[in-house]
Design a protein around this ligand. Structure first.
Ligand code: P6P
Length: 339
């Protein structure tokens, strides 16, 4: 029998559970309800100005950032989708100060879900791709009412990670620690269809992604690395480089997963109290797991992101991720400077 060209997310998850024992039924349910929530978010995002959900919600999140109406809506969609299934012990989100407990009327499960419901939302009103990023951890043994401490596990303990990009197409990217798989939403059928399995990031690249306006605030090794790229053929790298910066992490990371590149949001001295802009638990960690599973690398410029033991739910870290050889070079420059 010929292999069907269209493998749905449901079939893929069943086979991961039945044939490969990679996941259990609770984790399969978790991914299915998150994928369904992403479809609902995709529909809301896709309505744009006609949906009455653009613009500011008039509130601020724990980061002190103005919340967009779609930030709040996306967060509510993910909470509602995950409360009743019995697969989670608690949830946490960029949009909520503290973890969200499972209501007493529902059973609890063994997993913790932490997410950025709508990353890049500052791009919403100008119709640039945004996305959802999520990370799955196990709830520590014996913890019945998990609080922030239950979430403070290194990224190497994630059992799954993924993101959805709401762009020209809606794409869902997943890893369970055994490769990275890409699903594209068939809008007519309403199903995510496997479009690429075991994706690999090229180890070398000619493309970098960074917000250059912060250059004067960077540390010396960071400036050295970028100035060498800008010097191109005439400089020590002996080749020209191209630059992209969408200012939606999901869009930049998806480009890198698809064709290579290095994404950098370094520590900058604009605000010395902040070690970086991006959040460890629901941006850096899930993207680092995905990138490493695709043969790339992910560091803070000094250490592997997945080794960091978190101290706070919303802590920030510098992020260097993507094509292995470029991330290793930039990291080596920082370590040399420290030495
Ligand atoms: P800047 C979006 O707000 C975000 O958290 C990431 O998605 C994105 O990579 C970064 O911030 C953009 O930051 O400083 O360029 O606006």
């Amino acid at each position: 029998m010929s292999t069907p060209s269209r493998i749905s997310l449901t079939r893929f998850l069943i086979e991961q559970q039945r044939d490969h024992s990679r996941i259990n039924s609770d984790l399969r349910l978790l991914i299915e309800v998150v994928a369904r929530a992403c479809k609902r978010i995709s529909i809301a995002v896709g309505k744009g100005a006609l949906g009455g959900v653009l613009g500011s919600a008039g509130t601020e999140n724990v980061q002190g950032e103005t919340q967009k109406k779609l930030d709040v809506l996306s967060n509510e969609i993910l909470l509602e989708a995950n409360e009743w299934g019995g697969h989670l012990a608690a949830l946490a989100s960029e949009e909520m100060d503290d973890p969200h407990p499972i209501p007493h009327r529902y059973p609890k499960g063994e997993y913790l879900l932490v997410f950025d419901p709508l990353d890049g939302s500052s791009n919403i009103d100008v119709n640039i791709s945004v996305g959802t990023i999520f990370s799955v951890l196990r709830c520590p043994e014996g913890v019945r009412d998990p609080d922030e401490r239950a979430f403070l596990q290194p990224g190497s303990r994630q059992v799954a990670a993924g993101y959805a990009v709401y762009g020209s197409s809606t794409v869902l990217v997943l890893t369970f620690g055994d490769g990275v798989h890409v699903f594209t939403l068939d809008r007519e059928q309403g199903s995510f269809i496997l479009s690429a399995a075991n994706v690999k990031i090229p180890e070398d690249t000619g493309e970098f992604a960074i917000n250059m306006s912060n250059l004067r605030h960077w540390e010396a090794p960071m400036r050295r690395y970028i100035e060498e790229l800008l010097a191109g053929k005439t400089g020590p790298r002996g080749r020209d480089f191209n630059m992209r910066w969408v200012a939606s992490m999901v869009a930049d990371v998806h480009r890198i997963l698809t064709r290579g590149g290095i994404f950098i949001y370094p520590r900058d001295l604009k605000d010395a109290s902040k070690p970086g802009k991006l959040r460890l638990m629901y941006e850096a960690n899930p993207m680092a797991m995905i990138v490493e599973q695709a043969g790339g690398a992910a560091t803070t410029g000094r250490e592997r992101i997945l080794d960091i033991v978190p101290t706070r739910l919303h802590q920030r870290v510098p992020v260097f991720l993507g094509s292995k050889n470029e991330v290793e070079r930039a990291t080596a420059y920082h370590r040399e400077a420290d030495a």
